[in-house]
Design a protein around this ligand. Structure first.
Ligand code: 9WN
Length: 426
């Protein structure tokens, strides 16, 4: 079977009547940014599924516009994931859906650019117009409740909100949390039973304790505000790039559908005006996250250094500088989640080194938009070849050249399948 058919089969396998699970067993519910990437891939062969995926996701939107990171559909019959619906207990919030249980944190806002892709591919305009309004409400939540000093840059409150859960960029923040705050937290993980070799490829128990400490603090505050002295308040360049990209796309969609786009244009302008002030480091010539608590950039070498190309935020001369850094990275053809030279790099461990398809997809899109076609085409080809050689997994060893050496984490991983389909189609 060719790779496109294999990927399509995986999307079929993971389809659950109105949404798609990210991976069987490991992730049995609906995840926010996963659904965006999945809908993008489904827009080609299954436009109805693509629309339904995003409609189902927004059926879990809260009254204040907030869009949760997991919707626990059919949670009674699914026991393979922790933290569960009852651990999160979204009912503590007066805004939460009373119909659909969810988490109380969000994930990168990919939906705007996914909507643009759907419109471009001729999907139902009326349904796109309805989704447009819901996405705007979500962005209003972000700009009302997460806007840092009215910069147009929005803050994340949990590492799971970044989607890049155990990246080295969060290490210092976690190391600053006093041990007595989390050491006694009790829990039973499920993920470690769902993947091969979990001790080398998934976060550690000690990491989970700290993730749960943050979760419990946010829950005490009804997922509405950050508590005083709360340790995780970050401006993430990846999250903000994705928001900017979505806003750029929503403006185009809005104009085509005769919607008012002034508010988004205004937010976008602010975000772009402030982006480099917080994220660009002119000495290192890289983008870094900004830790609000200490008022400093987190100067670590990881994939987020490059992601702003996705929304064409850097000028072309900055892009050339960024690409030079990439080329020096030990001859790797794809972007690893963390540079092999960075302290804490682990080639098999989740967001601490492995290659992820969605990250390389964003850089590919960005390079193509700058007209850097040779680099873009090579990145696309190498990503497809990696998946052909190692399987449709969640993440991949950046140094593995051996054919048939499997990838890591969830097998039959939906966003890998969806984005490979998109790469093949373009
Ligand atoms: C927590 C579903 C999600 C992705 C994240 C990825 C992983 C979850 C977990 O899986 O996170 O959200 O339990 O490890 O890090 O990006 O959305 O695929």
């Amino acid at each position: 079977m060719d790779i496109e058919a294999t990927c399509q089969n995986i999307l079929d396998l993971n389809w659950q009547e109105k949404f798609t699970i990210p991976a069987p067993g490991l992730y049995p519910f609906q995840w926010n940014w996963d659904s965006g990437f999945i809908a993008l891939g489904n827009a080609y062969n299954y436009p109805e599924r693509a629309l339904l995926e995003i409609e189902t996701l927004f059926s879990g939107q809260w009254k204040n516009g907030f869009l949760p990171h997991i919707l626990f559909h059919n949670f009674e019959s699914k026991q393979s994931y922790f933290p569960s619906a009852s651990y999160w207990d979204s009912s503590v919030s007066e805004y939460a859906s009373t119909q659909i249980k969810s988490t109380g944190i969000t994930q990168p806002p990919v939906h705007g650019f996914v909507l643009g892709h759907m419109l471009k591919n001729g999907l139902d305009r009326k349904r796109i117009a309805d989704l447009f309004d819901k996405i705007i409400n979500y962005h209003k939540y972000l700009y009302n409740c997460r806007n840092y000093k009215d910069t147009g840059l929005v803050a994340i409150w949990h590492n799971w909100e970044s989607g890049m859960d155990n990246s080295v960029v969060w290490d210092d923040i976690f190391n600053r949390i006093p041990k007595e705050n989390y050491i006694d937290i009790q829990f039973q993980r499920k993920d470690v039973h769902e993947v091969e070799n979990s001790s080398e490829t998934r976060p550690e128990d000690n990491d989970y304790k700290r993730y749960l400490f943050l979760l419990n603090e946010l829950k005490k505050n009804k997922y509405d505000k950050v508590p005083e002295n709360y340790p995780f308040q970050v401006l993430c360049p990846v999250f903000n790039t994705i928001l900017i990209k979505s806003n750029q796309s929503l403006i185009k969609v809005g104009k085509e559908l005769n919607k008012d786009t002034l508010w988004i244009e205004h937010q976008l302008e602010k975000s772009l005006n402030n982006f480099d002030n917080y994220f660009w480091n002119s000495k290192d010539e890289l983008y870094y996250p900004y830790d609000i608590n200490i008022g400093k950039q987190v100067c670590k070498h990881y994939i987020g250094n490059f992601i702003p190309v996705f929304a064409q935020i850097p000028e072309i001369n900055q892009v050339h500088k960024l690409m030079k850094k990439w080329n020096t990275e030990k001859g790797l053809t794809l972007f690893p989640s963390v540079s092999p030279e960075e302290k804490g790099f682990q080639r098999k461990n989740y967001w601490r080194g492995p290659v992820w398809v969605n990250m390389n997809w964003m850089i590919w899109k960005g390079l193509a938009a700058y007209g850097l076609n040779d680099q873009a085409i090579k990145l696309k080809k190498d990503t497809i070849t990696m998946v052909k050689n190692h399987g449709v997994y969640e993440y991949f060893d950046p140094f593995s050249n051996t054919f048939n050496d499997p990838g890591y984490g969830g097998s039959d991983f939906s966003w890998t399948a969806a984005l490979i389909i998109d790469m093949i189609k373009n």
